[in-house]
Ligand binder design. Structure first.
Ligand SMILES: *Cc1c(COP(=O)(O)O)cnc(C)c1O
Length: 364
């Protein structure tokens, strides 16, 4: 079976983990600070604050930007559920926006419609889904016009670029995940990046119980701190990220070339000026064939997965909150058609060859 994800763990990870164990400083420590500095430099932001996971990083980013109960926060309708949940954690109201069917990312035209209709949308969380950056020219134009706070969910897009600028550096804050299957990982882990001293000071307090000084707690905070162990893995992984991204892109280009003429599927589209990092290589299977196609892949040893089979506003919990079918038709359609196959850097050329020959052998 060719698995859809396979974390890479090498000598450097083991060496740094041993250094942490030898130091006997397992909770916060110098590796966390080193990881924060290196990650900020990588993203091209002034600061980074480590978090216990990507969901906590989104929550921290929203709180640090001043999102409060009753605020309206717009976001895409097609992402992992944590994106929308982080809005609810703040007591704020998610406003779901439909996607661009080509990139699966938030559609700026639909976003502007919501900004006009809802008037007081305070913040927007965009998601660079599957590793494909959002249309940042259009998003930044809207930010200037409507003056909302912009938060980037970069959980799937470490190192992705729009016009040579890295994701995480466009908004007021960016949130990353280092969950075990992401482009780089720490087991569980996350990071908030920002250029704003004010946001970063707030984030530092929020991840550490609201602490401001030795025994003074000046806001309601959480324990969202990253461990020294996780940070040690992160430092080792970051050094290899660009090499892995290159491999992901090579695998994706090979697939795109092999699949471009197959009429039952749609290959991923990479617009000019976008640097995709292929967290997922996601096909659209046309004509209601997805279940049959996936069964065929499984029967032939090709792992696959659906990200996501339900648009966020159609999850049972969100239905209970009153979000209706038909709110975001493109997201609802994508949820019925997408399927992702392995694109990770551990694939050998025999692996990708065999994925290609299996898919080319599919009979409708
Ligand atoms: C993985 C992911 C998250 C959550 O990150 P965790 O580290 O798993 O908490 C949030 N948003 C998106 C788009 C993700 O893919």
């Amino acid at each position: 079976m060719i698995n859809i994800a396979a974390p890479v763990i090498g000598a450097k990870e083991r060496q740094l983990i041993n250094e942490v164990l030898d130091s006997r400083i397992l909770a916060s420590g110098k590796f966390v600070e080193e990881f924060e500095n290196k990650f900020a430099a990588y993203c091209g932001t002034k600061f980074a604050i480590a978090n216990v996971n990507g969901t906590a990083a989104l929550h921290t980013a929203l709180l640090s930007c001043g999102i409060k109960a009753g605020d309206k926060v717009a976001t895409t309708s097609f992402s992992f559920i944590a994106t929308a949940n982080s809005i609810l954690f703040c007591g704020a109201k998610p406003i779901f926006v439909d996607i661009n069917p080509d990139t699966f990312n938030i559609n700026p035209i639909e976003l502007e419609k919501k900004l006009k209709k809802e008037k007081n949308i305070k913040a927007v969380i965009i998601v660079h889904l599957y590793g494909c950056p959002c249309d940042m020219d259009a998003i930044l134009r809207l930010k200037k016009k409507y003056k909302f706070i912009l938060i980037e969910d970069c959980a799937q897009a470490h190192g992705a670029e729009f016009n040579n600028k890295r994701v995480g550096s466009f908004g007021d804050a960016g949130a990353f995940s280092f969950y075990a299957t992401k482009n780089m990982m720490t087991g569980e882990g996350g990071m908030v990046v920002s250029d704003s001293v004010k946001i970063v000071q707030a984030a530092k307090q929020i991840v550490n119980h609201g602490r401001a000084g030795h025994s003074q707690f000046t806001c309601l905070g959480y324990n969202f701190r990253m461990t020294n162990l996780a940070a040690a893995i992160g430092i080792a992984q970051l050094e290899q990220l660009d090499e892995w991204t290159k491999k992901r892109n090579e695998n994706a280009a090979k697939y795109n070339d092999a699949f471009k003429d197959l009429d039952f599927l749609q290959i991923p589209i990479i617009p000019n000026g976008y640097k995709h990092v292929f967290h997922q290589y996601t096909l659209r299977i046309k004509g209601g064939q997805r279940a049959k196609f996936m069964q065929y892949l499984k029967d032939n040893g090709v792992g696959c997965g659906i990200y996501y089979d339900t648009a966020m506003h159609r999850q049972p919990f969100y239905q209970k909150l009153g979000y209706k079918a038909g709110l975001c038709p493109e997201a609802e359609k994508a949820a019925k058609e997408v399927v992702s196959i392995a694109v990770h850097p551990s694939l050998s050329s025999q692996d990708t060859d065999s994925v290609i020959s299996v898919i080319k052998g599919y009979k409708k």
